[in-house]
Design a protein around this ligand. Structure first.
Ligand code: FES
Ligand SMILES: [Fe+2]
Length: 338
């Protein structure tokens, strides 16, 4: 089991989609800590999922008369976490409001709910560009928890080479590879790998979903966020996918993605249906691949990776994931076959 770097607890990460959080408490796990989400007074609240009385899971409770009620002894907690009700206490006495459930920083933005476990992280939630931009259509995709390491999922999205094999016949074709140029932009706190191609992609998924592709790029925002973008003629964006792999702990994560397309190319709901349809087999393949990989890593007590000639980004990704800074600059272009 590879421990998570401290940066994961400090990061703002999606823990649920807005539509999944209501008056019924929702149990989630973030960086090893169980949390509970509930909508109280119209706003989403998050607490460590542990009743301060006898440590019963608050996510088993319910919202009653505006308070989050623990099912064990019925204590009720207000939106700020303070105990506001102890059933059976002597009449006229005040509930012990200094006893409170532990709040977790939470923000609802553009259809998703983000939480930050450690108070040492940035106060303000920051999201990759384009998410929620009014000039684009957006939709969120969220999934149940996947077994595996979030960092391997990050690498999977940044790695176009696996698409010729794991997604053979859907995204790329392992027998019909084409010339592509890779340029790597390094920033102190991230990187962007840009793949320029002079011929449109031959795979049926790209042909169905995009105008002829000229370039694709993957930007890594540590610790566990990747934004993949695809461009058509005149470097015009055709699709952006902002993927977040929220670690539940060292050996599982919950994937979320915000899909963004420029307005104008058909109604948003139709684009959403088309993307979801094409995405289904791809996600199944990636999930299976990440689980297979994780099984081997586990059986051997940890990863033992070697860098091949195409693994241009992995060393920088590992550094960033561990919380280190990069020397800014541009590397490449390198000619590769995809
Ligand atoms: S354990 Fe929650 S009220 Fe007692
Ligand atoms: Fe993939």
């Amino acid at each position: 089991m590879t421990p998570l770097p401290p940066s994961v607890a400090r990061a703002w990460l999606p823990v649920a989609l807005s539509r999944d959080v209501g008056a019924r408490p929702l149990a989630r796990k973030l960086a090893g800590t169980p949390i509970v989400l509930v909508r109280m007074d119209g706003a989403v609240r998050a607490f460590v999922d542990r009743c301060p009385h006898r440590n019963y899971p608050l996510s088993d409770g319910r919202l009653r008369n505006g308070l989050l009620e623990c099912p064990y002894h019925g204590w009720g907690f207000a939106a700020d976490g303070a105990c506001a009700l102890v059933p059976g206490q002597p009449p006229g006495s005040a509930p012990p409001s200094r006893i409170a459930c532990e709040p977790v920083a939470v923000e609802e933005r553009h259809g998703a709910v983000f939480a930050r476990l450690s108070p040492d992280g940035p106060r303000e939630l920051w999201l990759p560009p384009l998410i929620g931009d009014p000039g684009h259509d957006h939709f969120w995709w969220g999934h149940d928890s996947w077994r595996g390491r979030a960092i391997d999922a990050v690498e999977n999205v940044l790695d176009p080479y696996h698409t010729s094999f794991i997604h053979h016949g859907i995204i790329r074709d392992r027998d019909r590879r084409q010339r592509v140029e890779l340029t790597l932009h390094l920033y102190e706190d991230g990187l962007d790998a840009s793949y320029t191609q002079d011929k449109p992609d031959p795979a049926w998924m790209s042909r169905a979903l995009e105008p002829p592709r000229t370039r694709s790029a993957g930007r890594y925002y540590p610790p566990v966020t990747v934004q993949a973008r695809w461009y058509g003629e005149n470097d015009r964006l055709s699709l952006s996918v902002s993927a977040f792999f929220t670690p539940e702990g060292p050996d599982s994560f919950r994937p979320f993605a915000c899909f963004t397309t420029p307005k104008g190319r058909g109604p948003g709901w139709l684009k959403e249906q088309a993307i979801r349809l094409f995405l289904r087999p791809v996600i199944r393949q990636d999930r299976e691949a990440l689980t297979r990989q994780y099984d081997v890593i586990e059986q051997f007590g940890g990863p033992k990776f070697h860098q091949g000639p195409l693994d241009r980004v992995s060393t920088a990704v590992a550094k960033l994931y561990a919380g280190q800074k990069l020397e800014p600059g541009t590397e490449g272009p390198w000619e590769v076959r995809l």
